[in-house]
Write a protein that binds this ligand. Structure first.
Ligand code: IMP
Length: 198
């Protein structure tokens, strides 16, 4: 069976990626299956450049076709912040909660609460990037946290088309509409093609 490496140590993202890819016949591994691998420094200026760097370095180190995801929350009133810095918005060692508190503080009293969640997924072989695709979901930043499911900024992001935050949705509801689902949907035909050729 074809083996695909999900180039992530983040269990929350890996869980969603696995659910989104489950329709195809692949053996999925994550970076947790390779404890000695050197972690990629996410130091690029865009989420797509970070995703490509993560996928390429994982593929080079393992010899496997690798899929990496990089995600950012882009808030209009904050000039696109936290954007590519979403994971360490409240500081280098911050928690998901610290990041949400910082966003809610900065957004206090702001009327225009429009934001976009964007995920870029990149697919790489050891000798280079095969493809990358972006998925975007438009929404609003809520004025307080709602819901306890999910991770990261889920409890403060409400899609335009929903009356629930991501954290008030079931996993199935989030995976039906999310930024990550759209990115995976766009790259799945390429993964299928590679499997067919292998
Ligand atoms: P990264 O792609 O791991 O760099 O993620 C950037 C930041 O966005 C991290 O703080 C994640 O917790 C957060 N994040 C990534 N994906 C999601 C999501 O689907 N919902 C909520 N937060 C997310």
């Amino acid at each position: 069976m074809f083996t695909l490496l999900l180039a992530s140590h983040n269990q929350d993202k890996a869980k969603e990626l696995k659910a989104l890819i489950q329709g195809i016949n692949v053996h999925l591994l994550t970076l947790n299956d390779f404890p000695d691998i050197v972690s990629t420094s996410e130091d690029q200026d865009t989420i797509c450049a970070n995703a490509m760097k993560k996928a390429f370095e994982a593929s080079q180190q393992t010899g496997l076709i690798s899929l990496a995801d990089d995600t950012g929350l882009f808030i209009k009133a904050l000039n696109g912040e936290p954007g590519v810095y979403s994971s360490r918005f409240a500081g280098e060692q911050c928690s998901y909660k610290d990041n949400r508190i910082k966003v809610l503080e900065l957004m206090k009293g702001i009327q225009n609460r429009y934001a976009e969640f964007r995920t870029c997924v990149a697919l790489s072989a050891p000798d280079g990037i095969i493809s990358y695709k972006e998925g975007i979901l438009e929404g609003y930043i809520t004025t307080e946290e709602y819901g306890t499911n999910g991770f990261g900024y889920d409890s403060i992001f409400m899609p335009l088309t929903s009356s629930k935050t991501y954290a008030e949705m079931t996993d199935i509801e989030k995976n039906a509409i999310s930024h990550r689902a759209k990115a995976i949907e766009a790259i799945l035909p390429i993964i299928r093609e590679i499997i067919a050729l292998s």
